[in-house]
Design a protein around this ligand. Structure first.
Ligand code: AMP
Ligand code: ZN
Length: 468
């Protein structure tokens, strides 16, 4: 079955054809680790996770590479503004290296809570400075750069396809970028590849280079590291839509200037999460994080469910009321599923042809540019289908959860009808049997409990139990 993705380059839903049969090279722009990720950032990472898992579900082997920006990302996407890492360091009285490590760990903790799978390769900008220097040298040899006032710039007028991703004229791009005029630039849209002379006098992260001691421009890291780990022809490159006019446009310019051919086949962008009252911005300091949601009584998976309810290409408005609706919907779904799983009997027959029909329906929807809303409809049809027994239903739910990653097979505690008194009695009896070295009786009781979906755990403190 064909897999379709909306490609920003063509502005169409294109059939996805990978460069190497059966394999996908996927690059996603990663976090700038100077603060916690906000839930808008995380919406983008959730969409990318669903994309990756959908491709895997339909049979591709996906190599997923993501950068960690731990140097050189200035506050605005152009080369102006403050240095985000330095802001974090002075705010928290830590070194920039400590800040980067702390927030990188925090980012992956958040991802784990949201069931976002770790990329195959996570690469830090600071560990690829030599590669970036080689990249600039190559661009320099090919005539795409100039030096001015200590910095090395990419000259966009030398690259003929500069506007192809944003699909805007140079004038429109200029108008949209609202950049401070840097008198050293030949064209206001030129961008810095290497700074030796930034306005931050006490730049701590600095390296030697042929152009002097300094640090790389932000856009460079994604081109350098994606080509290093995925090769010269990349299947898919993702990020939020804010990256289209500057970051990704600049990535294409420098990569294709260096390679001399088309670099990425499919550009897939996630729309923004916006607040009821407007834009969410990390640099403004006031933003929502996963821990804030948890403090308000929501689980990270309530938020994942909330994001999956709307198409990744549509703007999503966040409010606590709508998150609360999602939480209720998610809970109701889990309850229904828990009562199915609670009644699965291993002896029930499984009709594979029925399962296959549903799987194909599910695949049809995820392959339609990640139509997850329709994929949920299939899930609900499965839950309601009287022609399916509970074992078949559980089998399909487990399959679909490979993409949805909502822990659907973990039972809701209150949905399991546990007779606690009986469980405790059986545990006492089992302990007595063990004391009397009657291990077969002890095993018998353990199995009886398992049949009730109760798992027992023997710990130093004694025997405890939990609903499976
Ligand atoms: P950053 O750490 O700022 O580089 O952003 C990380 C990712 O989050 C990028 O792919 C951005 O495009 C994306 N992003 C930033 N703000 C939002 C938002 N409000 N909603 C969705 N994605 C966002
Ligand atoms: Zn990037």
């Amino acid at each position: 079955m064909a897999f379709y993705l909306y490609n920003t380059l063509s502005r169409e839903k294109d059939e996805f054809i990978s460069a190497k049969p059966g394999k996908v090279g996927l690059y996603t722009c990663g976090p700038t680790v100077y603060n916690y990720a906000h839930i808008g950032n995380l919406r983008t990472y959730i969409f990318e996770d669903v994309l990756k898992k959908s491709l895997e579900y339909v049979g591709y082997k996906v190599k997923h590479v993501m950068n960690v920006t731990d140097v050189g990302h200035l506050q605005s996407d152009s080369d102006e503004g403050e240095d985000k890492m330095a802001i974090g360091a002075s705010r928290e009285k830590k070194t920039v290296w400590e800040i980067a490590k702390f927030y990188e760990d925090a980012f992956f903790e958040d991802c784990k809570k949201l069931n976002i799978k770790r990329p195959t390769v996570v690469c830090r900008a600071t560990e690829h400075i030599d590669d970036m220097i080689s990249f600039i040298k190559d661009l320099e040899e090919k005539g795409y750069t100039y030096e001015a006032n200590g910095n090395v710039y990419f000259e966009i007028d030398k690259f003929k396809d500069y506007t192809k991703l944003a699909n805007l004229s140079i004038d429109e791009l200029e108008a949209g970028s609202r950049i401070e005029i840097d008198p050293n630039k030949k064209n206001p849209l030129d961008f810095v590849l290497w700074f030796t002379n930034s306005k931050f006098a006490n730049q701590i992260m600095q390296w030697d280079s042929p152009w002097g001691r300094g640090f790389p421009g932000w856009h460079l890291e994604c081109s350098t590291m994606s080509i290093k780990y995925l090769g010269e022809n990349i299947d898919i490159h993702c990020g939020g839509i804010d990256h289209i006019p500057v970051h990704h446009t600049n990535e294409i310019a420098q990569s294709e200037a260096s390679l001399g051919h088309k670099w990425v086949n499919y550009w897939v962008h996630g729309e923004f999460l916006v607040l009821d009252g407007g834009k969410m911005s990390k640099s403004s300091g006031d933003f929502l994080t996963v821990s804030r949601l948890e403090k308000e009584g929501f689980s990270p998976l309530d938020y994942r469910y909330f994001c999956l309810q709307s198409r990744y290409r549509k703007q999503l408005v966040f409010s606590f009321e709508s998150l609360d609706d999602a939480k209720k919907g998610y809970k109701a779904l889990k309850k229904k599923i828990s009562s199915i799983i609670g009644e699965v009997n291993d002896n029930l027959p499984v009709d594979n042809s029925k399962l296959e029909t549903y799987k194909q329906k599910f695949i049809e929807h995820i392959s339609d540019d990640l139509n997850i809303a329709n994929a949920f409809t299939v899930l609900n049809e499965v839950i309601k289908d009287n022609q399916l027994n509970n074992k078949e239903k559980a089998n399909l739910i487990e399959e679909f959860d490979k993409v949805l990653s909502l822990d659907l097979m973990i039972m809701e505690k209150e949905a399991v009808n546990v007779n606690e008194e009986l469980v405790n009695q059986l545990i006492v009896q089992r302990n007595e049997a063990r004391k009397a070295k009657d291990y077969s009786r002890a095993d018998e009781i353990r199995n009886e409990l398992l049949a009730m979906n109760i798992e027992i755990l023997d710990t130093k403190e004694g025997t405890t139990w939990r609903a499976k």
